[in-house]
Design a binder for this molecule. Sequence first.
Ligand code: ATP
Length: 741
Amino acid sequence: MWSSLVLRGSSCLLQVVSRGPQRLLRQTHQSSLCLRFLLHRHAHRLTGALCFQRQRADLLRGTHCSPLTVASRHYKNDPKSTVEVAVNPITVTDIRQYLRSKEVPFHDGYSCLHAPSIFVEPSGVPAGAASGKDTYSMFIDKTTGQFLCKDTLVEGSWEDLQDCLEVMQKEGQSFLSSHLLLGYADTPEEQEERGRELAEVQRIWGSSVPFSDLSDEEAQLVKTMFQVTKITNATFKKFGVRLFKPTKSLVFPWFRGPSSELRGLKLLSAQSSTTDDAGGVQYTEATMPKCNSYYNLFGLPLVGRLDSEVVLTGHELDVLAVSQSTGLAAVALPRGNSCLPPSLLPYLEQFRRVTLWLGGDMHAWEASRIFSHKLGLRRCWLVRPGDDQPRPAEALARGKNLARVVKGSIPAAHKSIVSFRQLRDDVYGELANTEQVAGVKWSRFPELNRILKGHRKGELTVFTGPTGSGKTTFISEVALDLCMQGVNTLWGSFEINNVRLAKVMLTQFSMQRLEENLERYDYWADQFEELPLYFMTFHGQQNIKTVLDTMQHAAYLYDINHVVIDNLQFMMGQENLSVDKFAVQDHIVGAFRKFATNSSCHVTLVIHPRKEEDDRELQTASIFGSAKASQEADNVLILQEKKLVSCSGRRSLQVTKNRFDGDVGIFPLEFLKASLTFSAPVKGKHKLRKVSKLEDEEGGETPKETAPPAKKGKADKAGKAAKAPHATKNPVDSGQSQAAG
Ligand SMILES: Nc1ncnc2c1ncn2[C@@H]1O[C@H](COP(=O)(O)OP(=O)(O)OP(=O)(O)O)[C@@H](O)[C@H]1O
C-alpha cells in the first residue's frame, strides 16, 4: 500500500491517495506527524491546483527519482516486499535557490540549512533579523533536502516541503498550522502493533525501579555487574536510568519532543564475557521499538539550549561516564558506531564542537572518521582509540582523566599535505591493531579469512566466474555473512529481481529448504528483516550515473559499508555505443573505484569473463575488458568451475589478487543445494593450497606448494558459528556493545 495523506488548507482540501504494491519510506522516527506525499509520481491523480503546482515544482527542480529499497519490518508476513526511498539528487545550491525564490529566510548550518518553521505562527521578530535566528527551528538537510521542525516535530522530504510552501503561497498564508496536516494513515494492523508496543514500553518503564529507589546494596550490586562502579547513583538518577528487575536490565528511556513524551526504551543486560580472560563483561541490548526504528540520541533532554560543545559516544553508559567526569554535554548514538542516521543531524546542529568518542577500537575510529564528514569536518574532533584511550565508561573505570582525553582529541579536518609526524600515530594505530585493520572476518568462509584476512572498507573487489557457475549464489552468501555481522549492505542486482535474490538469501540465512518448511517462514523472515540490508530496485540495463547517485544517497542515509553490483555488464548498454566497449568499461570501473575510496565503502563488482575455451581455468586476465578492472581492484576473486578439484562439477574459489598483504590461494567449495550455501568440505578430503604471489604473477596455473589445512583458531570457530544462523548479531551488538566493559 502506498500512502494516503491529506493536507487541508483553509479553503482547499487536497488529497493524495495512492495505492500500489510498495510504500514510501521517510525518516519519520522523531516525529508524530509525517508528510508523505507521492505527488511527483501521482500528479495525475491530484485535484486541482496542487497538481499544477507540483508540476511546476518538478520543472523548477529538474530532478528525477531513482529507486532504492529496504527490507521493511512492517511487512511481517511479507518481508520480500520492498520499500522505496525516493532518491533526490538535489544539491544544496538547488535548495538555496528554491528557498530564495519563495522568500524563505535561512542560514547555513553544518549539515542543515536553518529556517523559521512554517508550521508555527511567526513571532513578531522580522524574518531574517539576526536576533530571530535563534528561533529558526526548521532544519533542512543539505544533502537530501529532508526537513524537520523541532517545535512541532513535523518532518518530511524535500518534495513535501516544497508542496507546503507552494500551498502557503497559493493560499497567501504565513504559516501552515500543523493541526491542519493529517499524518499518514496507518493500516489497522500497524496501529494495533504500535499501540501494543507503546503499552509494552509503558509497562516496562512503569515496573522498572528508579536508581534512587534502590537500596545502596542493590545499587552497588548492579553497578558491579555492569562494571560501572565509578558511576555515581546521582548520575544514574540524572539521566533517568532505571532497573528492570525481572531481567536484571538497565533501562534507558527515549523521551522525545518538547513535551518529553516516552517514545521507547533500551534494555541493557550484562554477562561475564566468555572470551575475555580479564573478567570483562559482555552486554546484550534490546530496544523498543526494534532497532531499525529506534532513533534515540540518549542524553539529548539534558543538553542545554546554549551548549555549544558535545561529546558523541557509541553507548549510553559512555554518556554517563563523560557527563559525570567532564561536565560536558554528551549523547549516545542509538545503534553504536554502526550508523549515524541523517534524521538525527538537526539535533546536533547547535554544537560548534563535536568530539567523537565512539569506542576504543579501530572500528570506532573508522566510524568516527566517516561520521565526521556527515557532521561537517571543521567542527569535529576525534578521540584516537588506543590502550590509553578506551571507550569512556572503561576509561572512567580505569581512573583516567576523561576531560584530558577530550581535550587531546584531534581535528577531523586534515590538510592535503602532511608530514610523517602527523601520520605517525595513524601508522602506530594500524600496527598495534592488525586484526581490526584486516577487517571483518567471515564466519562461514574461514579460508577467505586465511587468504584475504578480512573484509575492509574502501576496497574494490572484482569477482568473476563462468556463466551460470553460481557467481550470484556465492557472492550472495559471502555478503550475507558480513551483513549478519553488522556490515550495512546495499545490493544492486540487475540480473535477477530482488524477490528472487531475497529468496536465495533467506534460504542461505535459514540454511534450509523453506519451501518445505513454510510454517517456519515467519520465524526466519522476522530475523532476516532485522539485517541492515538494502536493495536497489534497478533491473536490467542501467545508467552508471543513476546507479552511482543511488549508492551515494544510500551511503549517506544508511552508512552503507558494502555495495554489491551484479553485474557490471548491465551498465554497459546505456553508454554511448559508438565508443569502444573497453573504454566504457574502464570508465565504469574507475567510477566504482573512486566511489569505494571516497565513501570508505567496499564495492564488490561482478564482471563476466571473456569467452574462454571450455576446459581452461580462468585467470585474472580472463576478466572481460582491458586490464583496468584487475589493476584498479584490491582483490580479484574467481569462481573456478573445474579441474582444480578432483570431482568435476565442484567449484573452487581462487583469490588471484590481494592488495592488502599479497596472499593469494585457492580453496574448494561444496554446494549444498537445499540451503544454496557453499561451505568448506571436510578437512583432509580436499587439501587447501596456498599459492605464492610470485607464482601467480608469473601466470603459474599449477601451484606446487600444498599448504597445511587452516589452523585451528578464531577463523575455525567462526566457521562453526556460521552453521548456527540463529546467532545473528544485532548490528549494535557487533560493535560497541560487545566490548568488554
Ligand atoms: N556449485 C553449484 N552447483 C550446482 N548448481 C549451482 C551451484 N551454484 C549455483 N548453482 C545453481 O545454478 C543456478 C545459477 O546460479 P547463479 O545465478 O548464481 O549463477 P551465475 O554465475 O551468477 O549466473 P550468470 O552467469 O547468469 O550471472 C542457480 O539455480 C543456482 O542455485
